[in-house]
Design a protein around this ligand. Structure first.
Ligand SMILES: Nc1ncnc2c1ncn2[C@@H]1O[C@H](COP(=O)(O)OP(=O)(O)O)[C@@H](O)[C@H]1O
Ligand SMILES: [Ca+2]
Length: 497
């Protein structure tokens, strides 16, 4: 009997098609991953309740789960009027009321439908840490008041608390490196790539009441109290971070005043080398000794007055500051920052922000300037007469203008003699923002508390719309049905015709 070739080939082809269709069907159904598409912008807010003032930062990101790279950005920033919340000790309810103006701005910015799902945090830093040391009942009452005000808004209130110095340092470091995409990057080939570890930056934050340094050292951190272990996007980091309480620039100035007062006593007129010639300041002794950062002489009259007379003497200003920043005492460890605090040698590039930036920006030294230009600029600025200066900068707040000479010298002492940046001065960049977002601890804090910093590498899936997926399944099932039907017809009638 002659074999009929055509129906046999057709049958083989149909069987092959059927098998492929069944495999396609299994793959389409079994390995189904659902991915949400961006549906709308989401928001999150953090109050930075600093020692000198409070600011509200509002962040936004696309409303899906793909926010685990540098997608979160700052939508708005609102400066709360008045001083920091720790200054409300005699008017506790005022601390809560002070936040209302900025909360109203947030209400006007966030669409009504999103307000309920907007997480809202308040983190207080060194001013409240100090108040907590002095009188924890008062600091608790202030935190309760600010929480009450925040809860009176529709936002998803997640807490008002004092953050630790280590958290403050680590979150500042996370903010910088998140914004610079140093943890993870989306490459041109559509794959996630992990940039080389050398591209991770260190963070230098100078506040009013504390100062923080955070970086990845070359060597393992020897003191566990300064080690911060993190796992981000499948990589482990051991961060060195230290917060020097009482060494923010305002408390450091208080320390200098206490030093000058004690060493000149009983005179009530005291030469001040970091104030400009022509600037005089009269204060009560209680204004100097009202902080846990300074030890009052015993006995002392809180109401007695002293007058500081500016002499604008750069060399003396620098050496006086060296008296309040102990740079010699490093007995317990092979390497130290200042005050005998363990610190491995600095490593890599750094961003210096907050008062580091304000001071260097004002002096025209940001983002970078050579050491010789920095030194000569500070010296000639400190030499300026106060009257000339006020006329030259009519729009600069007097409290800032008065302090730039001191702050600049203080910055040089802690960076060069404290942290020992001498040979790596050019590694420091004085910055305020990255990608239109302010550098500070608040973004890192929010990313962490909202679980937007995964410890594992993000999974990339290529997806289709649900309707397209249903159409694909329907088409495959239909093709399968048709193929089976033809095979049956061929088997029954094919070979005999
Ligand atoms: N425009 C500015 N010029 C100079 N200094 C500023 C400016 N804005 C803020 N500062 C200073 O920056 C510091 C910010 O510290 P802050 O965040 O309030 O305290 P902390 O972080 O210690 O709790 C303060 O010393 C404040 O005076
Ligand atoms: Ca701060």
């Amino acid at each position: 009997m002659k074999l009929q070739l055509k129906p046999v080939l057709l049958g083989v082809a149909l069987v092959a098609i059927t098998c492929m269709t069944i495999i396609a069907l299994i793959l389409t159904i079994v390995n189904r991953q659902s991915a949400e598409l961006p549906y709308s912008t989401q928001y999150g807010m953090v109050f930075d309740a600093g020692s000198s003032h409070t600011a509200l930062f509002l962040y936004q990101w696309p409303g899906n789960k793909e926010n685990n790279t540098g997608i979160v950005s700052q939508t708005m920033m609102c400066d709360v009027k008045g001083d920091g919340i720790s200054s409300y000790v005699t008017n506790i309810s005022g601390a809560g009321a002070s936040l209302k103006e900025c909360l109203n701005v947030a209400m006007a910015t966030i669409p009504a439908s999103q307000q309920k799902t907007t997480p809202a945090y308040l983190g207080a830093t060194a001013g409240m840490r100090l108040l907590n040391l002095q009188n924890n009942t008062l600091s608790d009452q202030i935190l309760k008041e600010v929480a009450k005000t925040m809860q009176s808004y529709p936002f998803d209130f997640r807490g008002a608390k004092i953050i630790s110095g280590m958290e403050e340092g680590a979150y500042g470091w996370i903010t910088i490196n998140y914004l610079l995409e140093s943890f993870i990057k989306y490459g041109f080939d559509g794959k996630w790539i992990h940039p080389k570890s050398g591209t991770i930056l260190g963070a230098l934050d100078l506040g009013g009441a504390s100062t923080q340094i955070s970086f990845l050292p070359k060597e393992p951190v020897k003191n566990p109290q300064s080690a911060f272990d993190l796992q981000l996007y499948s990589y482990r980091y051991q961060l060195y971070t230290h917060s020097y309480l009482c060494y923010g620039k305002d408390q450091a100035l208080k320390k200098l005043h206490a030093y000058l007062q004690k060493t000149t006593s009983p005179s009530s007129v005291i030469k001040h080398p970091c104030f400009h010639i022509g600037y005089n300041l009269t204060v009560k002794l209680s204004d100097i000794y009202n902080s846990p950062c300074v030890n009052p002489p015993t006995p002392y009259d809180p109401l007695a007055q002293v007058t500081f007379l500016g002499t604008g003497n750069s060399a003396l200003c620098m050496s006086m500051i060296e008296n309040i920043v102990n740079i010699t005492n490093c007995t317990l460890y092979p390497d130290c920052g200042f005050n005998g605090v363990y610190q491995p040698p600095v490593n890599g590039e750094f961003f210096a922000f907050s008062a580091y930036f304000y001071t260097f920006d004002f002096l025209g030294l940001a983002p970078k300037a050579s050491l010789s230009r920095v030194n000569s600029t500070i010296e000639s600025f400190c030499n300026k007469n106060w009257t000339t200066l006020v006329a030259e900068y009519p729009n600069v707040k007097e409290k800032y203008l008065r302090d730039y000479c001191f702050s600049a010298h203080y910055i040089m002492v802690i960076l060069l003699k404290g942290y020992k940046f001498g040979s790596s001065w050019d590694k420091i960049s004085f910055q305020k923002q990255v990608a239109d977002t302010d550098i500070g601890w608040t973004l890192g804090y929010m990313l962490n508390l909202t679980n937007m910093l995964p410890s594992h590498h993000p999974l990339v899936v290529t997806g289709v719309h649900n309707s397209q997926w249903a159409a694909e399944v329907f088409f495959i099932v239909f093709a399968l049905f048709l193929a089976l039907l033809i095979i049956i017809v061929l088997c029954v009638w094919g070979p005999t015709t």
